[in-house]
Design a protein around this ligand. Structure first.
Ligand code: S3P
Length: 444
């Protein structure tokens, strides 16, 4: 039962000006990698072990759905143990699959189930029930699955998978790792070669990890596009996976340390996959002081410890081409921009309007309430920075059940005179349990 359905009382919180962020922290495991580790473990034959799994509500929704379809998934000390059913071995669930707030669980599991002879209902919370599913329904229908969505192509929806499904060649109409992954996951149990053409590269965790699990998957680059082919039906063998820290979660602390004077913070074990590191590149362009220490590989992904020190930031025009590499980090980038010297211009961000909330309008509203001068355009925000002077503060701002709006405005509160009130901090648990305590400790 999703808590936000069951209990209408939300936990409000005010984030007040704080001292410098110092010391050494670790952020929880990467959300995208955690979902995939559970899913591929569930489709392997045998036992996989996962360390560093993100124990946020979104990932737990994926675990619950996979259990409902026959996989065994248990916590064992600090690790998670997954006993998989094998590709093609998923079972018919007895009840609707409750996806909570998680678009990644929904879209990737729709792909997984599409090529199994399973009929399943997918439901979600108020935020998820507004998000477009047509983008996965379209290719999965071409593969032979049938869907009865709610009006507008949203949850709740019924899906009827098909076995054997038909392999397709699909060119992504929108830069989305979720859509790419949905098609590739359907391809796992589809005889033949399923091909996804990605004109703009998006996060490639699915490709990396599927190879690690033994899938026959190739990636070809042609004219800037990536052509990804998966051979089905695949045989996945179990793996031991170490999940690196989530760069999307680290971003909140990197911005906080950059804008709160005197900060000198080490964020340990941050994943730095080149398809995910855009936020750090843009912060550096703005003048942020980020040192990458002990660069290494964690779970097949590049990672490092980030030392971030306070630095005066300058407004920039953000190249829209970098958006897919930092699609979840714009809300917190807008906070950095609000404290920078001069104007920051962003564009090409239409996708932000269909995330857990309409993040352009939600952030415009929230930042204005905190005293920021900005303009909202069709596809971006233009923000006038204070040049480092604290924001006025205010609120309570409306988070629209969106964890990243909540965490971004929490960071804005640290760099404000009056603090920033949030209508609720509950959604933060979807991706970053422990955020409020970690922030208080780092800024103590
Ligand atoms: C994700 C892909 C992105 C991102 C989401 C996680 C993934 O969504 O916003 O938080 O794990 O594949 P889109 O594919 O819709 O851009």
């Amino acid at each position: 039962m999703n808590r936000r359905y069951g209990n209408p009382r939300l936990t409000a919180h005010r984030f007040t000006p704080a001292g410098p962020l110092t010391g050494r922290i670790r952020v929880p495991g990467d959300k995208s990698i955690s979902h995939r580790a559970l899913m591929f473990g569930a489709l392997a034959v045998g036992r996989s072990r996962i360390s560093g799994l993100l124990e946020g509500e979104d990932v737990l929704a994926t675990a619950a759905a996979l259990r409902a379809m026959g996989a065994q998934i248990e916590r064992d000390g600090d690790e998670w143990v997954v006993d998989g059913v094998g590709v093609g071995g998923l079972l018919q669930p007895d009840a609707a699959l409750e996806m909570g707030n998680s678009g990644t669980s929904t879209r990737l599991l729709l792909g997984l189930v599409a090529s199994h002879a399973i009929t399943a209902a997918f439901t979600g919370d108020a935020s998820l029930s507004k998000r477009p599913m047509g983008r996965v329904i379209d290719p999965l229908s071409l593969m032979g699955a049938s869907f009865t969505p709610s009006p507008g192509g949203t949850l709740p929806l019924m899906m009827e998978g098909i076995e054997p499904a038909v392999p397709i060649e699909y060119r992504l109409p929108v830069a989305s790792a979720q859509v790419k992954s949905a098609v590739l996951l359907a391809g796992l149990n589809t005889p033949g070669i399923t091909t996804v053409i990605e004109p703009v590269p998006t996060r490639d965790h699915t490709e990396r990890m599927l190879r690690g699990f033994g899938a026959e998957l190739s990636v070809e680059e042609a004219d800037g596009a990536r052509i990804i082919r998966i051979h089905g039906p695949a045989d996945l063998h179990p793996c031991d996976i170490e999940v690196p820290g989530d760069p999307s979660s680290a971003a909140f602390f990197a911005v906080a340390a950059s804008i709160v004077p005197g900060s000198d913070l080490v964020i340990a074990n941050v994943g730095l996959n080149p398809t995910r590191n855009g936020i750090f590149k843009v912060l550096e362009q703005m003048g942020a002081r980020i040192d990458y220490q002990d660069a290494r590989k964690v779970g097949g992904e590049p990672a490092a410890d980030l030392r971030v020190r306070h630095a005066p930031l300058a407004g920039v025009t953000v190249d829209p081409a970098i958006a897919p590499r930092m699609i979840d980090e714009f809300p917190v980038l807008f906070v950095a921009a609000a404290l920078a010297e001069g104007t920051t211009v962003t564009s090409g961000l239409e996708e932000l309007r269909v995330k857990e909330s309409d993040r352009l309008s939600a952030m415009a509203q929230a930042l204005r309430a905190a005293g920021v001068t900005l303009e909202e355009t069709d596809d971006g925000l233009i923000i006038e920075g204070t040049g480092g002077a604290p924001l006025a503060g205010g609120g309570p701002v409306t988070t629209h059940l969106d964890h990243r709006i909540a965490m971004s405005m929490a960071i804005a509160g640290l760099a404000s005179r009056e603090g920033v009130g949030l209508d609720t901090v509950d959604p933060i648990a979807t991706s970053f349990p422990g955020f409020v305590g970690l922030l208080a400790d780092a800024a103590a």
